[in-house]
Write a protein that binds this ligand. Sequence first.
Ligand SMILES: [Zn+2]
Length: 175
Amino acid sequence: MSPLEILKYPEIQLFEKSAAVSEIDAVLQNQINQMFETLYCSDGLGLAAPQVGCLQSFFIYDFSRRDDEAKYGAGPIVLLNPEIIESEGEELADEGCLSIPGYFEKVRRAYRVQLKAQDREGKDIRIEAEGLAARLFQHEIDHLNGVLMLDHLSSLKRNIFIRKFKKKQKYAESK
Ligand SMILES: [Zn+2]
């Protein structure tokens, strides 16, 4: 098995809404396994299906490589058709995205969330998380709706990002 290519901003598929997962079959399990392989080749904690060009509503994560893993219920975990059913509080903290490599910016998120989803066997589950894990859930669910962390920034910060990105692109093309 080899890792999949992670789509990078401004790839069009990153802005599309994913369809609900309705069939839990061998094709899906294989896709999940390949996504874990891809995640472990990166320095990220989570990966949403659209980031590898699969427009289906699920994401994977694994906190077990972190020292403070116990706090987050470790991993590896797959959440199919995840939905936030409750959120509470607010936190402004640094965030990054495997689809926007090298870019980190402070994003405001709910501090605590409760999710309902299915596990990789299709069993209904509920998960509560706070802090970093809650942030990851919100970030990955955004991906399933075609939303990037950039969409949470002020228009000033977003414009700075876009300007720098275009400049970098131009520079790369001129070489
Ligand atoms: Zn991301």
